[in-house]
Ligand binder design. Structure first.
Ligand code: GLC
Ligand code: CA
Length: 557
């Protein structure tokens, strides 16, 4: 199997990666053209966000045909060439598997909708309500009711956009179809799948209303998340398809808890690895990124606490997670966990050092390797369904004034992370020679791949170095994790103890100088490996500059 524990994975969100055919939309041949860039970061695999046929209501996460390619992105031949060329460079492809739902444009759904007696009806979750009332009070994750009307009193479930119809996994025919899809892709030589919203495939029996005593739509949470059949369903998929190809599965879930990770990707679970969202959602209110009640404030103590929780969890329960700072579902991380102005370079490097030295597989989200940050969006820049829907619901349901809802949306909108990768200082950042489908961050003139290639101390070259070090020092992969300076409010420090070597990581998470005192045992034999300032000899008492970060190796353990 793909050695996911030792791997570094690069996430490509194809629409904004690189445009090869002058239409302003990133595509598969664009990815092929830039494979050497990804490999230069010592990546072992590329997770490709969806490239399948799709009406693009959720930019590819609404799939109308799982075995064909969205023509905007190219052809099946292009994709096969990508798999081969990546392979030749030492990289595997991981496809996104979105099977909690299909697009309502999928042939299965179209047949189900047109003919109530079609066997495809039972591929989806159709339920009787009344002419005017949905079967229950569940809210969609993107706001609004989780039900759409089919005919008369009949409705179908959509937990995401109104055109993503939830599949009915209780129907064995649905699992048969999914097995055909995963076989189709595994035959092509991919390493495995990143499975989208995989802990919501089992819904509570009878689909009762949630908190019926309360007025208005209700968040269905435990009625749809981590239900008991998720594991057996995935085990079937594993046994019938994935295992036969010795392939790998990375799960993405909603509100993933330690228990769900333990259940799905513990030693005998059906998945190999999962994501959690505790870092990505820091500063959000309980209802998610559009819930502004916590003011989006992130303290260094919050980062330390989340880190401790998941590092200890993986050791205790022998689970494995994917560590990431950014992805396509949240605004970029620099202005959240670091500082994208005065300390842009040092804080980007500090966070990279963090991400590459924890237990779990490090992921890089396209563009973070040059310190890309969030543009100042305006409403006319919005492209994402979630932005329009959630800002409307903030006004309708929470009575947030429209101007404020717009401001909050500009701030948290997923479009922030979806602007084109900045390749050079030419027009449109060298992403395309045609006006891109979404705005380009105007800071590309200064912040781009080409200029950082030339600077030995650039963020890009730092990413290359830390990724190489990650591959060369096994203690960073298999070593234990133990914390130092636990009560320090701003400095995160830990040891990764391996069989022959120990790494010591010290990270000033703050934009201020901090004093620390390290244990003498660490100080006596440490060799400096990497720092975001000049490398320094370790001392028992140190004064760290803003965001100063160090990696030292201690001989022996
Ligand atoms: C996952 C994807 C997200 C998508 C949603 C519905 O969370 O990462 O982009 O909108 O599932 O498929
Ligand atoms: Ca294109």
């Amino acid at each position: 199997m793909f050695d996911y524990k030792h791997a570094v994975i690069y996430q490509v969100w194809p629409r904004s990666f690189y445009d090869s055919n002058h239409d302003g939309i990133g595509d598969i041949n664009g990815i092929r053209a830039k494979l050497p860039h990804i490999r230069s970061l010592h990546c072992d695999a590329i997770w490709l966000s969806p490239v399948y046929a799709s009406p693009n209501d959720d930019f590819g996460y609404d799939i109308s045909d799982y075995c064909s390619i969205n023509p905007e992105f190219g052809t099946m031949e292009d994709l096969e060439a990508l798999i081969q060329e990546a392979d030749a460079l030492g990289m595997k492809i991981i496809m996104d598997l979105v099977v909690n739902h299909t697009s309502t444009s999928h042939a299965w759904f179209q047949k189900a909708l047109k003919d109530p007696s079609s066997p495809y009806r039972d591929y989806y979750i159709f339920r009787k309500g009344t002419e005017t009332q949905a079967p229950n009070n569940w809210i969609s994750f993107f706001g609004g009711s989780a039900w759409q009307k089919a005919e008369q009193d009949m409705w179908y479930m959509t937990l995401y956009t109104k055109t993503q119809a939830d599949l009915n996994w209780t129907n064995p025919a649905v699992i048969d179809e999914i097995v055909k899809i995963t076989d189709f892709w595994l035959e092509k030589g991919i390493a495995g799948f990143r499975m989208d919203t995989i802990n919501t495939i089992d819904k509570i029996e009878g689909l009762p209303s949630k908190n019926p005593e309360k007025k208005g739509l209700q968040f269905a949470d435990d009625y749809v998340i981590d239900r008991p059949n998720v594991r057996p369903y995935l085990q079937q998929l594993r046994d019938r398809s994935l295992s036969r190809y010795d392939s790998f599965a990375l799960g993405e879930g909603v509100m993933t808890t330690e228990a769900s990770v333990r259940n799905l990707c513990g030693p005998d679970g059906p998945l190999d690895m999962m994501f959690h969202f505790d870092l990505a959602t820091l500063g959000y209110g309980a209802l998610g990124k559009y819930d502004f009640r916590k003011g989006y404030i992130i303290t260094d103590r919050m980062i330390k606490k989340v880190t401790r929780k998941w590092q200890q969890e993986q050791m205790r329960d022998h689970t494995w997670i994917g560590n990431y700072l950014s992805n396509h579902d949240h605004k970029r991380h620099l202005d959240r966990f670091g500082n994208d102005r005065k300390y842009r370079v040092v804080s980007a490097k500090m966070l990279a050092l963090y991400n590459f030295t924890l237990i779990g597989t490090p992921l890089i989200y396209q563009g973070e390797e040059i310190g890309m940050t969030n543009p100042k969006l305006k409403k006319s820049d919005w492209r994402d369904y979630e932005a329009f829907s959630s800002s409307k619901e903030m006004t309708n349901m929470l009575h947030v004034p429209a101007f404020l809802a717009e401001k909050i949306t500009n701030f948290v909108d997923r479009d922030n992370a979806r602007t084109p990768v900045q390749w050079n200082s030419h027009q449109y950042a060298g992403f395309s020679d045609h006006e891109p489908w979404i705005c380009v961050n105007p800071d590309y003139l200064e912040w781009n791949v080409e200029s950082q290639e030339k600077q030995s101390d650039s963020i890009l070259n730092f990413y290359r170095t830390i990724s190489r070090i990650h591959h060369e020092h096994d203690c960073l992969v298999t070593g234990s994790w133990s914390e130092l300076l636990e009560t320090h409010p701003h400095v995160l420090a830990y040891l990764r103890k391996g069989e022959t070597e120990t790494a010591l990581v010290v990270l000033n998470l703050s934009g201020f100088c901090q004093k620390i005192k390290l244990p003498d045992a660490c100080v006596s034999n440490a060799q400096s490996a990497l720092s975001n300032y000049e490398t320094r000899t370790i001392e028992a008492q140190m004064r760290l500059k803003p965001y100063e970060a160090h990696l030292w190796f201690l001989n022996g353990n």
